[in-house]
Design a protein. Sequence first.
Lengths: 121, 816
Amino acid sequence: MAQILVVDDSSTVRNEVGDFLKANGLSVVTAVDGKDGLDKLKAHPSIKLVVSDVNMPNMDGLTMAEKIRNEHKNGAVGIIMLTTENSPAMKERGKAAGIKGWIVKPFNGPVVIGTLKKLVN
Amino acid sequence: MNLRHRITLLVGLSFVAITAIGSYSVLESWKNAAEVKTVTEGVVPSALGAADLVAQLKEIQLATATLVTAPDSNIAMQVKDKLIAQKAQLKEGLNQQFQYASGDVQQGLLKQAREGLDDYFTAIDETTQFKLAGQTELAQATLFASVAQYQREMGQVIDTLRIEKNRSKDSAIASLNRNLSSAVTTISVATVMAILALGAFGALLYRRITQPISRMQTMMSEIAASQDFTRRVPVDQMDEIGHSIVAFNSMIARIQESSELLKQKTLDIQTMLQNMPQGILTITDGNRVHPEYSAYLETIFETRNIAGRGMLDLVFSSSSLGADALAQVEAVGGACIGEDVMNFEFNSHLMVGEIEKKMADGRVKILDLSWSPITDEAGTIVRLMLCVRDVTELRKLAAEANAQKQELEIIGEILAVPQEKFHEFIAGSIKFIDENEQILLQNQEQDSAAIAQLFRNMHTIKGNARTYGLQHLTNLVHEAEHTYDRLRKQRPDIAWDHAMLVQELAGVKDLIERYAKINEVSLGRKGPGRRGNVERYLMVDKQQIQQTIQRLEKVNTSNIHELVAARDAVRKSLHLLGTEPIGEVLAGVFESLPALAKELGKEAPIVKIEDNGYVLRSQASSLLKNVFMHLVRNAMDHGLETPAERVGQNKPAIGSISLAMDVSEGMLQIRLGDDGRGLALASIRKLATEKGLIAAADSPSDEEIARQIFRPGFSTADKVTEVSGRGVGMDAVNDFVKRENGRIEIRFLDHAQGADFRQFEIVVSLPESFAEHVDGDEALRIERARQELLMSESGSNSNNEGNPVLQLLKGGLRTV
């Protein structure tokens, strides 16, 4: 079964998002920062979608996205950023890293879940 | 002929020309080759042969001479053999010459040579024989005579032949040269002509192709540059290019059409943007406002500085939106524009739907914002569209309507409670509230005893409010009680916030006072329970309030027209609250007339009512019903005659009763008259005299006599009728009216002083406050609305019970 990787250094967000996705029948893997995210992605090949925070210690979300894109050039892993702000520079980097969507916090579960399910499958 | 044909023709002609020139060249070459062959193989060798013949002849002559002069016969024999060979050779050479003899001259010369040769050879043979026979002298003689003779002849013939052959050879070579040069000339000329002709034709064709194409190209470039789609490329001939031009022209025509359509559409959109009473703008990258926006936006934001401005500044500056929400809107704009449309789905919930914005002059506008993405074919959001509506008025209306709705609901709640109980409830609740106020005043800090008391008091109010179904109050009290409940727990989950508690309590108090005020002012139920003073209070039908509430509840608050209509209807109903048209008040009285008429053997009269724009306070209803029931019955019984009597007096068979209402000299006056026989003054005087009410000697005025009917126990009827003569007659009526500070009098309408019957009207006067004037327009509107409702309802619901407004307008304000 396809899985979703939730990457956020805040355990609150991680749990909230993770629990919400689980409650909606999705299989979830969590990671605490970009580095951990890359490790988890290697360990779980069935991850099809990454939902990640931007600002994190060790490795930020955008850097992680760029690394994922380098390893999965065919775009088999979709990336969605969970953010509070948005700048043209971020968007530029995001576009280059093939980021599919930007969800501004706080996220609206019922609206997001349908699209996420589609992306995962 | 079209171009394909022309090109085919050009190619065909080229082929024909090449073939013709080629064939001619081949033919000429072939002919010349044959001639060359004749010359080289015939004429020239034959000329050379002729020259050889001369030499051979000389050799034979020499051999013959040698033979003749040979010293011995051996040598002679040898020479003879040589001579024979040489003779054969010459003969052979001569015979060969026949083969190439051309013309009669040569033939003749050859024949002559052959004949001469025979003679010559014969002479030689003779000479030879002479020599071989040893007759050398004879041989010499023959040699010098006949041989030499024949040899000379032969020599001449052969030389002539040689010359002739040479001439013939030269002539053949010259002819050959001529032929060759002629062929070369012909081919050259033909080739040049063919080249010229084909070149000219080609050039013509080239011009025919390139000219229109280059003209078309020029015209196309011009049209493209000028965008003037009214222009067309002229068509000279209907070949392929002509067809292309026609196709191009029709394409231009179509472009012209669609360009005009586009222009029209653009204009329409522009017009729409200029005139629609709605603010529309689109947001580009960086949350900037696109230069195209609807003109009304300038009215909404009261600025012309819109194009290219930051959307956040334009829309949200001086608005009620907090910094965090603003940052979210900004981030969402960034997250959507230039991204997949799903990003709008993800984030649109963060886009603000309504704001309050302070204008430069301090006015606050309520703006409704609706956001939508504009996407390209790939589903990428290129811009966000924002529709801005100024809903200040709408919200104000909605708030008004809600306030009215709440008030009506409260009225409904109150009316369901008996007045006395309600009075008790309010008094008790105020006492509890006062107590709570005192507790709060004395306890600035958390105190468990205080909380317990606060809770108990509030709980009691809630219980009572709930018992009486005072829902609005129950809800609010519940919140206060809930706060106390949380504070009184062992470990309260909220802090003691004194200011908040005071405020909450004040809110409850306000609502209780509002209930009390509505009860006293709007419903006129002041005090523990008696009918309210007509000057201060209204009497309202509970059902009417319920129906008005329903009307408000059903209204769609997002539809401003419906909202306004509902507000108008409610305003109207509130305005008319506690009033009734006289026709409605007395409807029961008039409806009883047909039955009454039948009882009296009369026809039901026509009733005319003139209210002059006045309606009655409901407090008067009961009184007037009683009064006019009596007065109208009297009119039917004593006034109106039977149809037979009426016809005998030249009156219409059907009588009429008129009722007029007006206000004069500070009094509401209701005049009742009929076209019957009038007041029976003679009978009244007689009866009053009999009863000792007036002295027989007196001569009272008609007015004094008339007043007798208000005396207790007075009745003029011959017998006590079922209808009016029940003893409690006009004196009771008079009492009723007096009790309300009114009076009742009889006013004569004719001047027949002292007559037995006089025309009159009864005037019931009451204080002016029993009447309410409805201005003409409003009366008309009410009447029209009533008619419309009656018409619209008559099909589906004959008794009209279901329609609240109709009930209202029909005068559903019945006395409680």
